[in-house]
Design a protein around this ligand. Structure first.
Ligand code: SF4
Length: 276
């Protein structure tokens, strides 16, 4: 570079204060405008619900994540976090009922755990851990369960590539997942985990099934994002299968549209639990 001396550090070259928000890089908090987990507002149970209000909030939700039913003579809402694309329209339509958090929605091991009823929702067990802490936990768990490292084969089963952007971010300089002993591999024959994105399109059905069969046991399948978990905004159509669960058995669901890298790390922590 013209004018660059051998002793110049990158700070001398680029100048100070070139980092993005340090708190965000440290994983201490999300970017201020990040739309993460959608929950029932703290006082939502005190709100009088009528069928018109239920119809209105269900109508703004494109992936049909909001449903209502009568329980003990009282209308009750249910929220399917597996379908939610974090658009925030329910909060706009009924701020007394819904709240969009800036923390990621928690990955789970069972599909049914993604559906929460209005009256029964417990405080979200969202980890406040940064990606550094999650990575360290993951690395310890991998050492205990597998000995050295965890190998992942990523499969795009018909995604918009939004989830891929987050998966790729795991390998960037901020997350640098390789230092925790996690490697992406080219062949399913070398993989412990299949990280699957996308709706499970009809065109990818047989490829996904064959990839699953080619992966040696014990193997774990992680459904990444709303599409892989439930079909998301696309649902079940002539071209899609309403989530990859109709094609291969799913062990971990990572909600989000797309899920942020911290959520993927959390999902991998659950995935290692499933390896026996
Ligand atoms: S934020 Fe989720 S639940 Fe709310 S309207 Fe959007 S998709 Fe539906």
């Amino acid at each position: 570079m013209i004018g660059m001396k051998k002793t110049d550090s990158h700070h001398d070259i680029l100048g100070d204060h070139v980092e993005t928000d340090k708190m965000v890089l440290d994983g201490k908090r999300s970017a201020p405008s990040f739309r993460g987990d959608v929950v029932f507002a703290p006082d939502s149970n005190a709100q009088p619900l009528d069928s018109e209000l239920c119809r209105r909030v269900a109508a703004v939700c494109a992936p049909n994540a909001i449903a209502s039913k009568e329980v003990d003579g009282r209308l009750q809402l249910a929220l399917d976090k597996g379908r939610c694309i974090m658009c925030g329209l329910c909060q706009e339509a009924a701020p007394a009922l819904f709240e969009v958090k800036s923390k990621f929605a928690r990955p789970v091991k069972r599909r049914s755990d993604l559906v929460v009823a209005q009256l029964s929702e417990v405080a979200p067990n969202i980890t406040e851990a940064s990606h550094e802490e999650l990575g360290r936990q993951l690395s310890e768990k991998i050492a205990k369960t597998l000995g050295r490292s965890l190998a992942i084969r990523e499969v795009d089963a018909g995604s918009c590539n939004g989830c891929e952007v987050e998966v790729v971010a795991l390998n960037n300089a901020v997350y640098d997942i390789e230092r925790f002993g996690v490697h992406f591999v080219a062949s399913p024959r070398h993989a412990d985990v299949l990280l699957v994105t996308g709706v499970g399109s009809r065109n990818m059905e047989s490829a996904l099934r064959r990839t699953f069969e080619a992966t040696p046991d014990p193997k774990v399948v992680v459904a990444v994002g709303a599409c892989a978990s439930t079909g998301g905004i696309f649902g079940d159509t002539y071209a899609t299968s309403g989530g990859i669960g109709d094609i291969v058995p799913v062990d971990v669901y990572v909600p989000g549209c797309p899920p942020r890298p911290e959520a993927l790390l959390y999902g991998l922590l659950l995935a290692v639990d499933r390896i026996r």
